[in-house]
Design a protein around this ligand. Structure first.
Ligand SMILES: NC(=O)c1ccc[n+]([C@@H]2O[C@H](COP(=O)([O-])OP(=O)(O)OC[C@H]3O[C@@H](n4cnc5c(N)ncnc54)[C@H](O)[C@@H]3O)[C@@H](O)[C@H]2O)c1
Ligand SMILES: O=C(O)[C@H](O)[C@H](O)COP(=O)(O)O
Length: 378
């Protein structure tokens, strides 16, 4: 069986070759000639999967190693009898750590305490709920908005979006991209919403570019609105608006989810689903795939505060390492994708073993996702 995999899926060749003959291909665009004799296709978010791509082909299974599925025409796959699996939640921790890295950087630069701020989270799924848990662990107040979950009767204190806009000092978007329907999220942050944000607020988009109307955002920033902006995703990609990039505080090339753990989880989740589909069920333990982190063990003395948390977080991942390279190459054809393809290894906070001599610091760091232990020298 021939299995086509996106060349930017770490561990895909290793895993899928256990069950078939693997060919790795570029994802944007996918070489159509390679599809002719393939039975399975594993993609990333850059490949549009629809009738135009697959009609008349022999593909029986499509997997996407991503949380978002807006690049997949799922209704078509169902009609065509093609099985499908995504990788929900695979990179949620990575996105949360991206948001923390950004907030800690802005807080240090602008001299505010996160615990004095309210963070509004729009979309409280795999990313949003983990973000809320970690913010709460650090004592930061959150407001949650998730109409689909509220309508399902989920027990959380969900608020209307208008309340978040009125009260939040930070508004961060973690919804899927829905172009239509009752929960349409296309341009959810439009000119009206952006201009109603509190003066000096922080706007973060790490879900899909078109959830924030980029033209409206540019207009508000050019009009001098006092707003800090963090954008990992753009409208459109990969041809982002360079004028907008020049006005945002942090701009990155759609890499919020790009930890090695997040990418590896994406591959293993679709591999497990595919092996199930072909009746050869296999499970993969992530730690058998991942290499040891570059540095893995430190000692931490005394209590934890915002400054020390920032130093710890940025020891593992400082978002500025992804902002500067984008500014250098933005506007040059192909460079956005190149930054994503040649992404420097990034690990999750859990890869750092921290020995603390303060019990409360150890407890908070554990809740934040670090591999922390309390250990006295006695
Ligand atoms: N930048 C990146 O690298 C990156 C990484 C992972 C995910 N993403 C994007 O972020 C999105 C969220 O990721 P996730 O893993 O949390 O997905 P998820 O499906 O687990 O959660 C999405 C949540 O949004 C809610 N929602 C849907 N429509 C909404 C609306 N109109 N208003 C408010 N809430 C709404 C859903 O009910 C759900 O709880 C993904 O769909 C994907 O597009 C981006
Ligand atoms: O939806 C997702 O999982 C993320 O946006 C993911 O990080 C996109 O990465 P890509 O598939 O484009 O490599």
């Amino acid at each position: 069986m021939k299995i086509l995999v996106d060349e930017n899926m770490p561990y895909a060749r290793e895993l899928f070759s256990r069950v078939g003959e693997v060919t790795a291909v570029a994802g944007r665009p996918i070489p159509v000639s390679e599809l002719a004799d393939a039975q399975a296709l594993m993609v990333r978010s850059v490949t549009k999967v629809n009738a135009d791509l697959l009609d008349g082909k022999d593909i029986k299974f499509v997997g996407t190693a991503t949380a978002g599925t807006d690049h997949i025409d799922e209704a078509y796959l169902e009609r065509a009898g093609i099985a499908f699996s995504a990788a929900p939640g695979c990179n949620a921790i990575a996105v949360v750590e991206y948001v923390f890295s950004s907030l800690l950087m802005l807080a240090e630069r602008d001299g505010f305490r996160l615990t004095d701020r309210t963070v509004g989270i729009v979309g409280v799924g795999n990313v949003g709920s983990r973000l809320q848990a970690r913010l709460q662990a650090f004592g930061v107040r959150t407001l949650l908005c998730d109409p689909p979950r509220a309508d399902r009767g989920d027990e959380e204190d969900f608020q209307p979006l208008e309340r978040l806009v009125r009260e939040a000092d930070v508004l961060t978007f973690h919804t899927p991209l829905f172009k239509e329907g009752p929960y349409k999220s296309l341009h959810l942050a439009d000119e009206r919403l952006i201009s109603a944000l509190k003066p000096g607020a922080v706007l973060i988009n790490a879900c899909r570019g078109p959830v924030v109307d980029n033209a409206a955002l540019l207009k508000c920033l050019k009009n001098g609105q006092r707003l800090s902006v963090v954008l990992d995703v753009w409208e459109p990609e990969p041809e982002l608006n360079v004028e907008l990039l020049n006005l945002v505080d942090i701009g990155t090339p759609h890499i919020a989810g790009y930890t090695l753990e997040g990418k590896a989880r994406g591959t293993t989740q679709v591999f497990e689903a595919f092996s199930d589909f072909i009746g050869q069920r296999q499970q993969v333990a992530l730690d058998t795939l991942l290499p040891a982190p570059e540095f893995g063990r430190i000692t931490f003395h005394g209590p934890l505060d915002q400054a020390t948390l920032k130093r710890l977080v940025h020891l593992v991942y400082d978002v500025r390492r992804d902002d500067a390279p984008l500014r250098k190459v933005a506007g040059q054809p192909g460079e956005f994708d190149k930054l994503r393809k040649n992404y420097q290894e990034r690990r999750e906070w859990s890869s750092l073993y921290i020995q603390c001599d303060d019990e409360s610091a150890a407890t908070t760091l554990q809740k934040l996702g670090f591999n922390a232990v309390y250990h006295t020298a006695r």
